[in-house]
Design a binder for this molecule. Structure first.
Ligand SMILES: Nc1ncnc2c1ncn2[C@@H]1O[C@H](COP(=O)(O)OP(=O)(O)OP(=O)(O)O)[C@@H](O)[C@H]1O
Ligand SMILES: [Mg+2]
Length: 317
């Protein structure tokens, strides 16, 4: 679905008079690959390059060096731009900046209308998209009367109405309350499961990443770690070095283990912790064993649960 090869992105800094004053390297040699239908989470502290990376996937930014392919189309080729933006939709932090119409259903129909989709089909798409995010009953409402989570789900419906293969969420829950956060993540997971839409979720909430197929951790414009949630979150110290947390329950499990309790290395849910404390058999579905607290998350095959090789292989498409 997505292939990134040796991507470098430099932002140009200008002084007050508009003269070039230097460059900021926001992406520094990223190689990665996303397979169709995967649920990917991207983590990384502020300024690590997550949003810059996201904008490359939607052809809002172009490589300084290297290349990005979305559904086989290079973002460097201008004739691909509109198709790339249709195939890879984006959902941003602030739903208020993404909703333009006065009525929910009109907002969702805006994208397909702009693309010249016939009216009848627009309405079918609007209904299906609103139903997919559980917002059909609010179709006649003004977006102003919706909660943050509901507004964000309308933004998502607007993206789905374009029939994308992939949706990139750049911190879609950052401005929402806990309920709104849950609604939005639930909607994203459902689209992935039921419609097979590839999801790339950039988030600061570790709990939102525990069901991902693969997690990429960004640091200083590079992919510092990649692997399954268990492989990533078992490396508590390494995550802390990258100024990141692990899910609270994982941290608790880690501390109890350090204190001498017989707890597996990578607890991801409350249920797993409860089972471990009760001395039940290992119920973890992942492959994270006693050895997996090795510090190198970049080891080949770190994403092997998805049958993938490590990134950077130029022969892969
Ligand atoms: N338009 C811009 N002009 C110059 N530098 C920029 C621009 N946008 C981002 N940067 C710089 O590029 C680097 C990466 O920024 P980016 O926004 O991609 O990080 P991020 O991981 O999304 O951060 P956050 O978690 O705060 O959203 C940072 O050093 C940032 O200051
Ligand atoms: Mg960002």
């Amino acid at each position: 679905m997505i292939k990134i090869e040796k991507l470098i992105h430099d932002y140009i800094k200008r002084d007050d008079e508009g003269n070039v004053a230097g460059t900021v390297r926001a992406i520094n040699g990223v190689d990665l690959q996303v397979e169709p239908g995967q649920f990917i989470a991207v983590l990384g502290h502020n300024g690590s390059g997550k949003s810059t990376l996201a904008k490359h996937l939607n052809a809002l930014l172009f490589p300084t060096e290297g290349a990005v392919w979305v559904d086989g189309m290079s973002t460097k080729d201008e004739k691909n731009l509109w198709e790339i933006r249709r195939v890879a939709g984006m959902v941003f932090q602030n739903p208020d900046n993404q909703i333009i119409a006065q009525v929910v259903e009109e907002d969702v129909g805006f994208g397909p209308e702009n693309m010249g989709v016939p009216t009848e089909e627009i309405w079918t798409r609007v209904e299906q998209s609103l139903a997919a995010v559980g917002m059909l009953e609010h179709r006649k409402k003004s977006p102003n009367r919706l909660s943050g989570g509901q507004k964000q789900r309308v933004s998502i419906a607007g993206v789905i109405a374009m029939e994308p293969k992939c949706i990139i969420f750049d911190e879609p829950t950052a401005m929402l309350d806990p309920n709104g956060r849950k609604e939005v993540i639930k909607a994203a997971k459902k689209l992935n499961r039921e419609k097979g839409i590839t999801i790339i979720l950039i988030t600061h909430y570790m709990e939102e990443a525990i069901d991902a197929d693969v997690i990429f951790v960004m640091d200083k414009g590079e992919v510092a770690m990649q692997g399954t949630p268990r492989e990533i979150f078992s490396q508590v110290e390494k995550m802390q070095e990258l100024q990141l947390d692990v899910p609270q329950v994982t941290l608790l499990g880690h501390e109890l283990r350090k204190a001498g309790l017989n707890i597996p290395v990578c607890i991801l849910t409350k249920e797993e912790l409860a089972d471990a404390l009760l001395g039940k058999e290992d119920t973890q579905s992942g492959s994270c064993g006693e050895n997996s607290d090795a510090s190198d998350g970049n080891k080949p095959g770190a994403a092997s649960a998805q049958g993938k090789e490590e990134t950077g292989n130029g022969d892969q498409s």
